[in-house]
Design a binder for this molecule. Structure first.
Ligand code: GTP
Ligand code: MG
Length: 318
C-alpha cells in the first residue's frame, strides 16, 4: 500500500508521518495532500476558540467522549496550545486524555509551532483535510483566540464555538463585532465560578444587537453554560452543535453551500499564497537575488518593502 492508501484506510502511523511532514513544510507532502483531497468532505469540523485557559481542551476532551458514545470517530487538532494538551507541559493532559490515547477511534495531534511565514491555518487546514481523508467523522480544532486566529478557524470549520468564562463579558464587549459574528455557539465555561449569569446576560445582549444585522432566516447563536471539568452542560453543547448542523443542512436555505464555499475559498487562498510565495522565493534564490539581500537593502534604507515587492512581481509577470 502506498501512503495515500494507508491514510485513507485509517493508518495512524502513516497519518502521523504526513502530519509531521506538513508541519515541517516538507515539499513532498503537497503531492500527497493532492491525492488525498478527493477523499475529503465527509468529516464535520468544529472549531473551538477563546482566550488562553478558558477550558477549550477540557471541553474538546469531554465532547470527544460524547461523540464516541455515538460511535463516531474523532480527530482532534490543538493549534498553538499555550497550556498542556499534548504540546507544552505535556504531563497533566496526558493523564487526562489517556482514555483517548487508548482509543483507536480518536486521533489527537497538536501543533506547537506556527508556519515560518506566519501561516497559521495554512497547515491547520491541510491537517484537517488529512484527518478527514483518514475517515474521522468529527474533527475538533482548538485554537487560542488571538484576533486573526479566531476568524481563520471560523473559516475552516462548519461550526465555530466561542468559549468564554464568567467575568469575560467586558473583554468580549471590547473586541465586539468581529468576534461576535464568527461564533455559531457561545459557551460560558467554568460556570461554577461567580458571575456566570451576568456573563450570559451580557452575551445575550451582544447577540441581540447583532441580530439586527442578521436576516430573519439566520441562525441565532445559543449560549451554553458548562462546567467542563465536571462534564456539566455537555449534553446541551452537543445538542447545540447538532442543531447548528441541522440548520446548515436544512434544505430551504443555501447555508450548507455557503459553508462549503467559505471553506473552499480559504483553502484556495492559502494554497495560492503558499505556492506563489514558494515559487517566487525559489526563483529569487536561483537568481542569486535572494530574499536576504533585499532584507539588507531595507535595513540600509536603499529601498523599501513596497518597491521591492513591486519589482519582484513585475519580474515574475515577465
Ligand atoms: N473551575 C473550573 N475549571 C475548569 C473548568 N474547565 C476547565 N477548567 C480548568 O481550567 C484550566 C485550563 O483548562 P484547559 O482546558 O487547559 O484550557 P484551554 O482553554 O485549553 O487552555 P489553553 O489551551 O492554554 O488556551 C485547567 O486547569 C482546567 O482543569 C470548569 O468548568 N471549571
Ligand atoms: Mg488548550
Amino acid at each position: 500500500m502506498d501512503i495515500v492508501e494507508q491514510i485513507v484506510s485509517g493508518n495512524v502511523r502513516a497519518t502521523a508521518r504526513l502530519l509531521r511532514d506538513i508541519d515541517d513544510e516538507i515539499p513532498s507532502a503537497r503531492a500527497i495532500l493532492k491525492e488525498l483531497y478527493p477523499h475529503t468532505g465527509k468529516a464535520y469540523v468544529i472549531g473551538f476558540t477563546g482566550s488562553p485557559g478558558v477550558g477549550k481542551s477540557t471541553l474538546v476532551d469531554q465532547l470527544a467522549t460524547r461523540f464516541r458514545k455515538e460511535d463516531l470517530t474523532v480527530g482532534i487538532l490543538a493549534v498553538d496550545p499555550t497550556s498542556p494538551f499534548t504540546g507544552g507541559a505535556i504531563l497533566g493532559d496526558r493523564i487526562r486524555m489517556q482514555r483517548h490515547f487508548l482509543d483507536p477511534g480518536v486521533f489527537i495531534r497538536s501543533l506547537a509551532t506556527r508556519g515560518h511565514f506566519g501561516g497559521l491555518t495554512k497547515s491547520t487546514n491541510d491537517m484537517v483535510n488529512v484527518l478527514d481523508a483518514m475517515g474521522k467523522d468529527v474533527i475538533l480544532v482548538e485554537t487560542v483566540g488571538v484576533g486573526q486566529d479566531e476568524v481563520e478557524i471560523a473559516n475552516s470549520a462548519h461550526t465555530t464555538v466561542l468559549v468564554t468564562i464568567p467575568g469575560m463579558g467586558d473583554e468580549i464587549q471590547a473586541i465586539k463585532a468581529g468576534i461576535m459574528e464568527i461564533g455559531n455557539i457561545f459557551v460560558v465555561n467554568k460556570a461554577d465560578r461567580e458571575g456566570s449569569r451576568k456573563t450570559i446576560r451580557e452575551l445575550r445582549n451582544l447577540i441581540e444587537l447583532g441580530a439586527k444585522r442578521r436576516n430573519g432566516d439566520d441562525w441565532e447563536p445559543p449560549i451554553v453554560e458548562t462546567e467542563a471539568v465536571k462534564s456539566r452542560g455537555m449534553e446541551d453543547l452537543h445538542e447545540a452543535i447538532r442543531n447548528h448542523r441541522s440548520f446548515l443542512l436544512s434544505t430551504h436555505t443555501e447555508k450548507w453551500r455557503e459553508v462549503l464555499e467559505k471553506r473552499a475559498r480559504i483553502q484556495l487562498m492559502e494554497a495560492l499564497r503558499e505556492e506563489a510565495f514558494r515559487t517566487i522565493l525559489a526563483r529569487m534564490e536561483k537568481d542569486g537575488n535572494s530574499f536576504d539581500l533585499m532584507v539588507d537593502q531595507i535595513v540600509e534604507k536603499q529601498s523599501d518593502p513596497y518597491t521591492l515587492v513591486q519589482e519582484i512581481i513585475a519580474k515574475e509577470m515577465g
